[in-house]
Design a protein around this ligand. Structure first.
Ligand code: GLN
Length: 210
């Protein structure tokens, strides 16, 4: 067994690296003692012996471009199945991919997270903004970098809101899925990545003890 910082078992976190802001996620995970692994092909997710990563991050970027890559080599179908059971953290475009329903315009998605998102929903002047808000995390306000962000316009009954922008949920969790409509990887605050690593560790210890 490989152990990382604090004597914990090393967690391998896949970062979907087809397009977009994946590098900053990899740095955040490494700074917290996790092992980032860039995922570019279906074979980076699963090998003949099973799952190759303990959790997955789907970064921000352009969801339509990511979809084009995913529609090759059966990647979309494999990923759809993968995110049903593996801890996954979507940020911005990653939330659009994870969502059950997408509008503006309607778009194909993995359908795993029980939310409806409206793409590019915050209007032109505030397309991009840095805001601060309270959240369910101890340690003060979160810095939230929004870049042409989607808006979560509906959350299912099992979805917990961890932070909001006015009345819109912007950081939500549903079981093994975490989603932020902003870019936590672009600030210096690693609380959300740490929270995701804790989710991954928890799920890993459950499946190891089975
Ligand atoms: N506007 C992008 C989309 O619709 C998302 C923007 C982002 O990820 N920063 O896919």
């Amino acid at each position: 067994m490989t152990t990382g910082k604090g004597g914990h078992e090393q967690l391998i976190i896949g970062i979907l690296a087809l397009q977009g802001a994946y590098d900053a996620h990899a740095k955040a995970i490494a700074s917290l003692g996790g092992t980032p692994k860039l995922v570019r092909l279906p074979s980076d997710l699963e090998g003949p012996g099973g799952r190759l990563i303990d959790g997955l991050i789907m970064p921000g970027g352009e969801s339509t471009t990511m979809l084009k890559f995913l529609e090759q080599r059966g990647f979309f179908d494999l990923l759809k199945d993968f995110v049903q059971k593996t801890p996954t953290f979507g940020t911005c475009a990653g939330v659009i991919l994870l969502a059950r329903d997408v509008t503006n315009p309607v778009q194909k998605s993995l359908g795993a997270l029980d939310v409806t998102v409206e793409r590019n929903s915050y209007g032109r002047q505030i397309d991009s903004a840095i805001l601060h808000a309270q959240s369910k995390f101890p340690g003060g306000e979160l810095e939230m970098v929004f870049i042409r962000a989607p808006r979560i316009v509906r959350t299912g009954p099992a979805v917990e809101t961890l932070a909001s922008r006015d009345s819109d949920p912007v950081l939500v969790r549903e079981g093994h899925l975490l989603a932020a409509t902003f870019h936590p990887e672009l600030g210096h605050d690693t609380r959300i990545h740490q929270f995701f690593l804790d989710m991954v560790r928890e799920q890993k210890s459950k499946s190891d003890n089975r």
